[in-house]
Design a protein around this ligand. Sequence first.
Ligand code: FE2
Length: 303
Amino acid sequence: MLPRQACSQASPVVGTDPLSPEERLERGEVVVYPVCPFVLPAGDDRRFLLEQQLGGRAHKNISYDPHASRAAGFRRQSAQQADRLTDLLAAFSRTATAWLADALPRYARSWKLDRVSFRPAEEATRQLRITARNDLLHVDSFPSRPTNGHLILRLFVNINPSEPRVWVTSDPFAKLLERYGPQVGLPHAHGPNWSWRLRHGLVGLFQPGRQQRSPYDTFMLRFHDFLKMNDEFQERSAKRYWTFPPGACWLVFTDITSHAALRGRFALEHSYFVAPDALRSPNAAPVAILERSCGISVRKRAA
Ligand SMILES: [Fe+2]
């Protein structure tokens, strides 16, 4: 197991960049708002939220699905507690999404809302299997929610009343693909090998409702795991450290920008799946970069 990374430097918040937020996000930057620009749970609601605990070791975060209006992953104490938590996460989903749609209308026209998460566990000390660890640099890929080439835009808020949340970021996807793509194994015209097909077929037999992964999603999941398990990348890559103070909000395409959360507890997060052709620069999408590298389409066609 790799050692946890040390935090040795804090980065100032960038506030005077002439580029638009979309351009900065697509270049792999983290866009920071030192004071969250929308209303957050306050008073009793904030205290209630900070008291909520994970439902057990199987759950990485407390989650909320805005399509099903359902919260999961928390320690249930009563129906009233479950309803209040669900209502608070639903309100966060609505408020954050309304503000973000105003800030990034180009993406909002066609984005798909993914999930909300509340992260009550201290990142510096939690015990997770290596591919689930948040403190190792990686680009995101969700095992249970394939995107078929859509990008993963994430909004985070540090709701810890007194402690910062500390991150590190490194090279963007394009640079990492150039460096490590051949080692990971780029998708190719003949498709995945027979053992992958067999595994995939079996998954289909036993979990008929599960969404099938495109070649893009299969590659991105392999790439995610490869980066977390690569000592040379973890230890020697160029790093930028970020300290997000209490009340700060930040946005990032987490499949463009390699990142890790080193320290902090009590963050709220909302994910959105953004279509590649909604970008100002569609060529900046990881799916477009991957297709240029391997010379074939890696998206699953609509049925
Ligand atoms: Fe991540």
